[in-house]
Design a protein around this ligand. Structure first.
Ligand code: IMP
Length: 415
């Protein structure tokens, strides 16, 4: 069995796009299984930054992109990203589950409206219509891709949706035109994926957002509207848990968060601004500055535990270069009690005082020096950088097998 799942362990933006690209190079399929165009997954190839919102970033490796039933699909994005793949010489037909729900213009309008109603308690969504599309799905009034291809069904569904929202749902004709264009791509994805796995083909399941943004397991209500954790692979793709042989967690060497919500290790000072600039921490989808903080082990332990992570890919280690000391939050103090594993309960996290360990830093290295290190391998990393990685391994109890030290694909070290 060769199902490999990639799961973000923090609040998204961990660098899953690059890791998915690396792990998809020998895969038959790479699958987006939750979320929609709120995701912004990048891969840097030959100096060019490729941004994917709807197709899995792993498809830049040539693996066939798939979009599973549990996603909410922005059809315009699919068309744009097919062209993006063509521009790098990949002419491929993505496979799209006919059961996936579509994001309509009305969902984006509602996303704006709900944020305005919240006024001081903004979630800070990506405004991509994700929450409203998922809530229509849960209300059983959503429109699936297959519905766009059936005029009679569509007419009654559009009426129901408009009656419910008391709003026009927007240019449905456009959605129909795109769905027709993609009609050869829509399929019973579950059957294709199960058969491929049974034949021993490798499939990568590319998670979007991160564990702490999961609607059930994250820092609710400051979360996205889907399950971002391992269970979503099974429910969205119709794959049984035994068909996944490897679960890879991706974490950044520090922590970031976009949008509102509790963040115990957040840096609200100059040091945070320096890390933000150095790590180019601005949203791929929205361009918003990301909030930045130190590594948070109690939350990572939780993420690793609930996803049954086998091994970890650590990204952006290079961004921490040049610091004299690097703090790692190893535990919390909450009302005098020590917390080792933190469930993302907002009230508890608001009271949490991080307890830090301080590790020695390593010199600031230029890109060229990092490139040489990637050619020479793990032992070529500065000793204190290796100690940083090994300390994290010990703290979370899982091996870190891949360390990324630059955005480009090849800027990584296999441990
Ligand atoms: P939504 O998914 O657009 O509804 O946004 C809900 C929350 O999830 C907001 O805090 C967003 O900033 C965050 N979010 C959604 N997608 C991503 C992502 O791909 N990376 C990081 N944060 C995200």
């Amino acid at each position: 069995m060769t199902g490999v799942a990639i799961i973000g362990l923090q609040w998204g933006d961990e660098g899953k796009g690059k890791i998915s690209y690396l792990l998809s190079r020998d895969a038959e399929y790479v699958v987006r299984f939750q979320g929609g165009a709120n995701a912004g997954h990048t891969v840097v190839l030959d100096g060019r930054e490729l941004r994917f919102n709807m197709l899995p970033a792993g498809s830049a490796s040539g693996a066939r992109p798939c979009i599973a039933s549990g996603t909410v699909v922005d059809l315009d994005e699919v068309i744009e990203e097919i062209e993006l793949l063509k521009s790098i010489g990949i002419d491929v037909k993505p496979l799209i589950s006919k059961n996936a729900n579509v994001v309509l213009p009305v969902h984006k309008e509602l996303d704006e409206m709900i944020e305005k109603l919240r006024s001081r308690e903004l979630i800070g969504t990506t405004r991509r219509g994700i929450g409203p599309a998922y809530s229509d799905k849960a209300l059983r009034i959503g429109i699936k891709i297959v519905d766009l291809l059936d005029p009679e069904v569509l007419e009654s569904k559009v009426k129901l949706l408009e009656d419910f929202h008391k709003l026009s749902i927007g240019d449905i004709e456009k959605s129909v035109r795109i769905a027709e264009k993609l009609s050869e791509n829509t399929c019973d994805l579950e059957i294709i994926l199960n058969e491929a796995l049974d034949e021993g083909k490798k499939i990568v399941f590319e998670g979007a957002q991160g564990t702490l943004l999961d609607i059930d397991q994250g820092t609710y209500p400051y979360v996205t509207s889907s399950n971002t954790t391992i269970g979503a692979v099974f429910t969205s793709c119709g794959i049984g848990p035994r068909k996944i042989s490897e679960i890879v967690g991706v974490m950044k060497a520090y922590t970031t968060r976009v949008g509102a919500g509790v963040f115990p290790t957040e840096l609200r000072n100059e040091e945070g601004s320096i890390l933000r600039e150095k790590g180019r921490e601005y949203g791929t989808t929205t361009g918003r500055p990301r909030r930045v903080g130190w590594l948070d082990i109690p939350l990572l332990r939780y993420s690793i535990m609930i996803n049954s992570i086998d091994w970890v890919a650590l990204t952006k280690l290079d961004v921490l270069s040049g610091l004299r000391k690097i703090p790692i939050c190893v535990e919390y103090d909450v009302d005098g009690k020590t917390i080792r594993i933190a469930s993302p309960n907002v009230k508890m996290l608001e009271k949490a005082t991080p307890i830090y360990s301080y590790l020695d830093g390593w010199p600031d290295l230029g890109r060229e020096e990092w490139r040489k290190i990637t050619l020479r391998g793990w032992d070529a990393l500065p000793e204190n950088a290796r100690t940083y990685v090994e300390t994290i391994e010990n703290l979370v109890g899982k091996p870190i097998k891949l360390v990324s030290v630059g955005a480009a694909a090849r800027m990584e070290v296999v441990k």
